[in-house]
Design a protein around this ligand. Structure first.
Ligand code: NAP
Length: 275
């Protein structure tokens, strides 16, 4: 049977998801295709209905529809409900169920490339940013049992919305910079430093400790200014393209019930992004 998969968003012509999911189909011997559906907001409802009618196995959702799609779905997984955003939809016998794989994808990629964090839930974590991706990552870290997570963001109120009652966990960018040596893991989730603004960085890293792990979920470029500075300080780095790969792996798992093997896809994706 030919399985149909796809991506809804705008603009998405340069998305890497077709490449990733086509490889997963090959690696698991499922027959199918993954297509791009660029949509304007006015077309979204019609497109979602068409996906259902055509019996697609599932699809991904990206900017600008991760929230707008929610009322068009039949059900939400508890994690997607908590995060308030959907990036993966499963068509389960004609019922569309929304999931969010960003947080788990981030966590899997981090724990696989830096296994030393897995058994050390007391590490001090700083999350930089309070957008949709940060919300997913915060929730996944909490679910996994990490005990100490501070959030810093340009708009502090958005960080406060994520942490709920524990407002003291939210700090200004200035305070984060000043006290950076306290943190064992720093996760950059803003779009600052993304191509074409590669000369920008959300935080100065002069107080970073050399034993820290520094992650940046931006993957274009692979080496953001933030990661380059972290490496120059002696820190271990974690790249955004790994999150991209593992959040897609979790989406595939939701659609097909098996974890697709990566078979060196991490190296190939890195090469693709390096152009
Ligand atoms: P979002 O919801 O729009 O959030 C954007 C975040 O960036 C907010 O915290 C925002 O701060 C901050 N920000 C934006 N411009 C800023 C500036 N000039 N100075 C300081 N802070 C600024 O976006 P998102 O969906 O979370 O995505 C964020 C980034 O993550 C994007 O680059 C996206 O490509 C990347 N991402 C990567 C993956 C992956 O698989 N690797 C997955 C998802 C997202 P305010 O709240 O103050 O506006």
């Amino acid at each position: 049977m030919m399985e149909q998969l796809g991506l809804i968003g705008y603009p998405i012509k340069h998305s890497l998801s077709p490449w990733i999911h086509t490889k997963f189909l090959e690696n698991t011997n499922f027959k199918g295709s993954y297509s791009i559906f660029e949509a304007r907001e006015d077309d979204l409802l019609h497109l979602v209905q068409t996906m259902k009618d055509k019996g697609v196995r599932g699809f991904n959702v990206t900017i600008p529809f991760k929230q707008k799609i929610i009322p068009m779905l039949d059900e939400l997984d508890p994690t997607a409900m908590k995060i308030g955003a959907v990036n993966t939809v499963l068509n389960h016998d004609g019922r569309l169920i929304g999931y969010n794989t960003d947080g788990i994808g981030f966590l899997r990629s981090l724990e696989i490339s830096h296994p030393e964090v897995v058994d050390n839930k007391k590490i001090k974590i700083l999350l930089v940013g309070a957008g949709g991706a940060a919300r997913g990552i915060y929730y996944a870290l909490k679910q996994a049992g990490y005990l100490s997570i501070n959030i810093t963001n340009r708009t502090i109120e958005k960080a406060e919305l994520i942490v709920g009652r524990d407002k003291s966990a939210c700090i200004s960018l200035k305070d984060a910079e000043r006290n950076l040596q306290e943190y064992d893991l720093i996760i950059q989730t803003t779009n600052v430093g993304m191509r074409p603004n590669e000369e920008n960085s959300p935080l100065y890293l002069h107080n970073l400790k050399s034993t820290a792990i520094v992650s940046d979920i931006v993957y274009q470029p692979i080496w953001t200014k933030f990661l380059k500075e972290a490496e120059a300080k002696g820190a271990k780095v974690h790249h955004g393209y790994l999150m991209l790969l593992y959040q897609a792996q979790f989406a595939f798992e939701i659609w097909f019930g098996i974890v697709p093997p990566l078979n060196e896809m991490d190296k190939q994706l890195k090469q693709l992004l390096e152009g």
